[in-house]
Design a protein around this ligand. Sequence first.
Ligand code: FUC
Length: 813
Amino acid sequence: MILAMSSLWLGISPRFGQGTLVPTLSQDKPAAASDLKLWYRHPAAAWIEALPVGNGRLGAMVFGGTHEERLRLNEDTVWTGGPYDPHGSGAGVKALPEIRRLVFEGKGREAEKLFETEMMAKVWDQAQYQPLGDLRLSFPGHGTVADYRRELDLDTAIARTTYRIGDVGFVREVFVSPVDQVIVVRLTADRPGMISLYATLDGRVNARRLGEETWTVRSEAPATILLRGQTAGFRGSTERLRFEARLAALAEGGTTELYNTSEHDTIRVTSADAVTLFISAATSFKNYRDASGDPAAKAKDDVSKAAVKPFDRIRADHLAEHRRLFRRVDLNFGPAAGPALPTDERFEAFAAGKDPNLIALYFQYGRYLLLSSSRPGGQPANLQGLWNADMNPAWGSKYTSNINLEMNYWPAEVAGLEECAEPFFAMIRDLAEAARKTAQVNWGARGWMLGHNTDIWRATAPIHGAYWGAWHTAGAWLCTQIWDHYLFSGDRKFLETNYPVLKGAAEFFLDTLVVHPKSGRLVTNPSGSPENGPGGDPMWTRNPDGTRNRPIGITAGPTMDLQIVGELFDLCAGASEILGVDADFRAQVRKARSRLAPMQIGRLGQLQEWLDDVDSPEDHHRHVSHLWGLYPGTSISPRRTPKLAEAAKQSLRLRGDAGTGWSMAWKINFWARLLDGDHTYEMLKRQLALTNGLTGKGGTYPNMLDAHPPFQIDGNLGGAAGIAEMLLQSHEGEISLLPALPTALPQGSAKGLRARGSFEVDIAWANGVLTEATIRSGAGNRCKVRLGGLTAEFKTVAGKAYTLDARLKIRPE
Ligand code: FUC
């Protein structure tokens, strides 16, 4: 059954030709400005209320205080440790036959034990991402505050705090320039001589578990503060990463001096008309094998260049670069309802069905977060994107690759931010190189693979234990996202560059798939269905001695693996055909593909998560890995494989709607792919329920960041992808318009969404039905459009737009 998609893919790909998408944007103005702002009537009392700004590499959370201001700062290469070889001293490949035998004989506990003594990394965890520090400002002489407001304007990427004290109005703007590579804080007042402040860098606290790290704050005349140090050593590595941040103040009028106490070197500005603060930062990270860079040189260079550029130019350049990406897509669900409310008060109105445009804001916020945390040349968005407050963050704020890392990039193509995936693709190329050793030592195989985690040093040896670490299909999953970029863009050069990565992933599975003794079909072994085992959550009982029971995770041929490896083989066959290379290899992957164990429907009517029918009706686990083939995969479809789609639906019903942030975001996408708009909307309602993270699971914090809890950016980004998925799908060789429109969203319009085949799509609907669609062709591919049961097909010319009416008839120009 998995085979169904391969013919479709191969049918599609050659037709997509070689063109790249020509941006033929339909609008240069975004939705009404008020719809693109998060705003509040009070300063942030906690990080989950603060507002994120970032340029992909440098980030800040802005609290918007009045007497004191705090910006929690990040730089995307501030990680513990340095380059290291993660591989342990186990027997690896020598133990493999025995582990496999134990798994096939149903001796899972013994197999896990052997896996853990022979296959694990030398340290059972990886390096972690840390904050850079804080910018601390205080404003002497500030009295009682009136007319307070703070906002984040997604269309300008500027966080703005305004208030009055007496008859003086104060304005503070914060942004992170992608052009000038500095964090900028601009302070003004509506009367001269009113800006007085103290400014310093601070905020690194030794991370308890990690041992000593060293850092200092000192000043440099005339008005610079330096935060300099090295992160804690990570047990896996002997090297330590060095970092430096520089804060410089440029005051207009007044006096500026350095003010030293025994604790802090501080900049003091008195009675200025306006002040601009610049913060630059860098680390010694060069690439995952080399941490010998010079952070001081880069930090100094960036801040010196910014200091001689007129502020208006810096701001204008920032705006232009941000809007170049942000304004590509517009979305609304009808006019705003009633007077605009502060963002934290909108959730209640939304829950009562009154403010559908909160969904549009969430979608645009997802786009904003992706383009602010992932830009070419930087690191990919990690578990917290770019914005991590903690020295010891949850799960190391690293790259968890059994759902989270992949989910971060789900909106990139459809939401018109394909460049933002560049750091992600670069990381995949690194992993394909670094993991060759893991493939050799543990599997005796060619190519590469990835398990459930990696870090900035691209560690690929299994960690955390067999329950988590035996699963190793992440590399193949990542390859499907490379392929998808090709399907969207038609960029043959991109495909050519990345072909060795795809081929390496397939070679690994050609070498490691084994014949199942009972069925004679090919399966993975040892592996697992991410973080789950038969029985799921209810099996995690606690013993009197405090230890916890858990199901056996290690297994052969979990459904997710079969789906992912199947699609990997398909895309490798497709890619080699398009590029006209490797005919033998193509024949091999096709043959292996036909021998893979199939998906199965179990006794509960569910899609089985494992080869045996052992799914428990009590299992409400957050991971729903066996539905990978429904989304982001393409092997389950209500139209092409209705029985499998019905079984997937049953699995979802059994799992239930509850979940952590990313789990709910995944379910938004699942229900959209099942073409059930109303259930998709139910999931959106759960995702957009306001939370402080202390009660329950999932939901959205006041600053609209996703609550796992704690904050993880995957839910925001997966949620944004799901909103697009209910309005437009293009994974079946056709552009499906409004495939899962909820009854609760009867009117709206979307502009600039992207579809596979190098198309850009605008849609408008009213009373729950399409009124008009415009499709712009980027590469002149043939276009098939679907609206429910109605289809139309036509030739296109690159660069031309086609407007269709509600019957899918092309309107004459
Ligand atoms: C996986 C998930 C957790 C969390 C972590 C970062 O382990 O199962 O829910 O998202 O990644």
